[in-house]
Design a protein around this ligand. Sequence first.
Ligand code: SF4
Length: 253
Amino acid sequence: MKEPKKRVFITLLIVTMGLVGGTGWLLWYIPQVGLRNINPLLPAVLTVIIFGAVGIVASGVLLLIITLIRGHEIFLAQRLRFVVIKVLFPLMVLVGKLLGISRDRVQQSFIAVNNQLVRSNVGKVKPDRLLILLPHCIQINECNIKITGDVHRCKGCGKCEIKELVAVADRYNVDLSVATGGTLARRIIKEKRPKAIIAVACERDLTSGIVDSYPLPVIGILNDRPFGPCMNTRVDMDDVKEALETFISPANA
Ligand code: SF4
């Protein structure tokens, strides 16, 4: 994972943990007197509940930070992916806003961390159970061929990367689909029922795709947008090949 993305994520994690710890302390401290008046044992029960919960979250965050720093396989990667996707990420978007870190940077760091956690615990997948999902904007806008539904309608003129992506998908024998938006992407996933996904998109679509598809392992690849968003976008083919090799064993490639 690139260092700046890792740093953004670790900074947000530490600040988020500080806020969770502070909130836990307030929830413990404020009701103390009232609870003691009801029953002298209640403050001790509250202490165990709140400090136990904060302790569990803090241990998970510490494990996650160690994983990100070490940068390779770790213990409990899948469970950590659940915590990152379902618990920490929504909080980190809010913390990012408070710290003036743009949504794009928070999302980039989230995608990079998700990818690292997927890679650290990846099981190999049969090629026909792997899906490459592309945004429609990878197709150059002057091409009138309708490739949603069947990418093999591409005539292979080479004006956009669809030609190379189809060739790579065929070579690895994996499914390649193009979606015009989140609704179609969800429908494609429901129909094809892949075991793993390689998704190419912008920060926003990749983030929501990773969250919506959980627990499916998704490697997210950000597209390049030399002409601005949603138009004639590009993807680094080396990133696609690297993701394919993450999921497919060499014997199947
Ligand atoms: S490579 Fe395929 S999709 Fe891209 S412009 Fe040529 S025919 Fe159209």
